[in-house]
Design a protein around this ligand. Structure first.
Ligand SMILES: *Cc1c(COP(=O)(O)O)cnc(C)c1O
Length: 380
């Protein structure tokens, strides 16, 4: 009898963290130490051969012509907008139900963010609402594939075609996701992603990438990330310092080879959650349209008495996140846009009802059952 095994198998679960990267990262430890050693020994620390190789490998993964590594996901959006020539006097339509990056990027290139409300079922920007917001000043649509679920790209692309607009996708939560068997990040002229450590594909620090579907923007992007420099001390544009570190690129290359299996692990966990939660009337589980491959960056439910549920789960050592407590149109920092409570009722409703449950690569069935049990006992 293997008592050690039995101890593990019957160990009572007393809590589940919001995120636990150790299961994903532990098997990579030796590999990563050798990656570090190689990069340090090469002395090639900025925009070296690993950045170039990683850009090529990521572009191949998405089925697009090119990619440009940058310092973080927010910069990736900013550089994409700037490369498309979007700036002062232009409007960019985006979602109010996400974190700050999309709005900051639009402001930072000098353009004006214009919000369009989201769809209650998918959490993503609504094509019908986008249509209402298009003006003569609109230059681009910036959908966010939130929580890992692709936005409604067919309708968004068709709207953009009709009104002659650019599309810049924010794929920061959706690396590897697909819409009608086409990878997210391959629809827009330029798209953006983040390699922040907790994203589906994350580094050991900050990093980001612009996906380049239209090669005519490639050179400008490469210049913009190094001070607008075409060659040393020859500045064609007002640029930024936004380089992807060689060490991050070297770390991300072996991880890119694992992303499909990691996303599968998340999808399996999501399926278990869905099964275990589907009997609880007070909870709405996330649903993905049939043609979408959801990569479950987060498993976000809508719950009755959400705030009390959050406290109850916290007391039971279950880590959750409120994504998001307030929508972007009601944030103090963006008050110059002049929005008010009630302007985007669906986003506001989602802010009141949504809660994200523990989700990470390798979360066990037992951990998920513990979470589901506690949710069930909260309502009973
Ligand atoms: C994380 C994230 C970003 C920004 O990425 P950073 O690398 O942190 O700048 C942008 N959009 C969304 C939806 C994100 O989740």
């Amino acid at each position: 009898m293997n008592y050690a095994f039995m101890a593990v198998a019957f160990m009572k679960i007393t809590g589940v963290p919001r995120v636990d990267l150790s299961i994903q990262e532990k098997p990579l430890r030796e590999k990563m130490i050798s990656v570090f050693t190689e990069v340090i020994d090469s002395g090639d620390l900025i925009l070296g051969k690993n950045v170039t190789a990683f850009e090529k490998e990521a572009a191949e993964y998405l089925g697009i012509p090119n990619a440009v590594g940058v310092a973080n996901g927010t910069d990736a959006i900013k550089l994409a907008l700037a490369a498309l020539g979007i700036g002062k006097g232009d409007e960019v339509i985006t979602t109010p139900f996400t974190m700050a990056a999309n709005v900051e990027a639009i402001f930072h290139v000098g353009a004006k963010p214009v919000f369009a409300d989201v769809n209650y079922e998918t959490f993503n920007i609504s094509p019908e609402k986008i249509r209402e917001k298009i003006t003569k000043k609109t230059k681009a649509i910036l959908p966010v594939h939130l929580f890992g679920l692709p936005a409604d790209m067919e309708k968004i692309i068709s709207l953009a075609k009709d009104a002659d607009l650019f599309v810049v996708e924010d794929c920061a939560q959706a690396f590897g996701s697909e819409y009608k068997e086409k990878k997210c990040g391959s629809f827009g002229e330029l798209s953006a992603t983040s390699f922040y450590p907790t994203k589906n594909l994350g580094g050991y620090g900050d990093g980001g990438m612009v996906f380049v579907n239209k090669p005519e923007y490639l050179d400008k992007l490469r210049h913009l990330r190094v001070h607008g420099q075409v060659k040393k001390y020859d500045y064609k544009y007002i640029g930024w310092n936004s380089r992807l570190d060689e060490i991050q690129a070297a770390i991300l290359r072996p991880k890119l080879r694992l992303i499909d299996s990691w996303n599968d692990s998340r999808a399996k966990a999501a399926a278990i959650y869905t099964k275990e939660l589907s009997g609880i009337m007070q909870v709405k589980i996330p649903e993905a349209p049939a043609h979408s491959k959801h990569v479950f960056h987060l498993y976000t439910i809508k719950a009755e008495k959400r705030d009390e549920l959050e406290k109850y789960l916290f007391k039971n050592n279950i880590g959750t996140t409120i994504n998001f407590p307030a929508p972007l149109h009601l944030q103090k920092g963006y008050s110059s846009l002049g929005y008010a409570q009630g302007d985007f009722p669906v986003a506001e409703k989602l802010c009141a009802e949504s809660i994200s449950l523990p989700m990470f690569v390798g979360i066990t069935k037992e951990q998920i059952s513990y979470v589901a049990e506690k949710i069930s006992s909260f309502y009973n």
